[in-house]
Design a protein around this ligand. Sequence first.
Ligand SMILES: [Zn+2]
Length: 447
Amino acid sequence: MVRIASLILPILLLFTIFASGQTTAPSAAPVPSAENRAAAAPPAFDINTAVNAYLAKMPPAQRARSDAYFEGGYWLLLWDFLSTVVVMWLMLRFQWSTGMRNLAERLTRFRPIQTALYWIQFFLLTSILMFPLTVYESYFREHKYGLLNQTFGPWMREQLIGLAVGLVLGAILIVPLFGLVRRLGQNWWVWGAALSIVFLAFVSLIAPVYISPLFNTYKKLEDPRIKGPILTMANANGIPATDVWEFDASRQSNRVSANVSGFASTTRISLNDNLLKRCTLPEIETTMGHEMGHYVLNHEYKGLVEMGVVVVVAFAFLNWGINFALRNWGQNWDVRGIADVAVLPLAVIAFSLFFFVMTPVTNTITRTMEYEADMYGLNAAQQPDGEANVDLMLGEYRKLDPGPVEEFIFFDHPSGRTRITAAMRWKAGHPESASPEEVARPVFGTQ
Ligand SMILES: [Zn+2]
């Protein structure tokens, strides 16, 4: 999706909780008879050996490519942050920001409309200035690693749709935010944080109905091979069948993925078509189990509360940072004060700095919930070998075997090694769940 200026960063962070999740799932697992249980008892199952055998399924060249792709993402965090700061500083230093404010004030006397007019200019100019990095990051780089199926035309079309979505959503947030600043003065940030949290819930609520369909086609799960088992499993875990969808992610890439999206009444589980095409039934079941974990464990509400705490701290920092910078440099920029909409570039700098530094915290919030969903999925689907194979497929775009500090800082989902280790640990306790077919299956054989 298009780079939506950093003010909407919290939305994106919340999305990442639910987007591109994958995992484990409960299924109509076979109930082993007593004699099967006895016969299946392995002589000596070593968890580490099993984990390493799985990791070795990925050919070394492919592993190197995946590592390079993911580690490059660490640097992109830095380049994204620095380029945002540079663009925002240019807007202040050369008074482009105040120029846009002055134009908005000439066009109307109505304050909320002034704010909206400023936002439109700000967002368009920001998107244009950031476009070179956007096109490198999400078009050329994705193609270089074979992770994008789109040609430039369709890709650009989606960028423009994302731009339009950002314009509308941004205005919905920015206009009342500046209204709060004008009315409440220095105490604005507490209510600003509350407003932003409500806004996050609102965006989550409308996303599956009004935003996601702009990029992909969603339909009720239809694949006859999996429809029965999946819906049975969903029902057994208290999830209405109407909440399971499939969508054409292959329009953009071959990535295997699934997610829980929506909020309250719009909550739904969506499996992507790559998952349905490339995976065996046990692998689909284990993924479905993971998504059911998000659903049953109420991760959307927990995520909102945990991210809400971060957002409150972010606004406190924002208020302090803006006042500090205005005291020192405000007159050079012709920004009148914190209630002047021309202060927005400064707010974006403060917000970007905060969330850049908080990367390990926000990643740990999501990674912890992902791990919980993994545990739920293992218990629900009882397919540890299927789980390990799916974890390997996710290794096509997420480094499989990082160091512990690296995982803590940069991973918003557990690494392949962490997930496969959990699966093998579960398998060690449930030897009857072993699947020789899944163990032998060459996940990357066709590539
Ligand atoms: Zn997940």
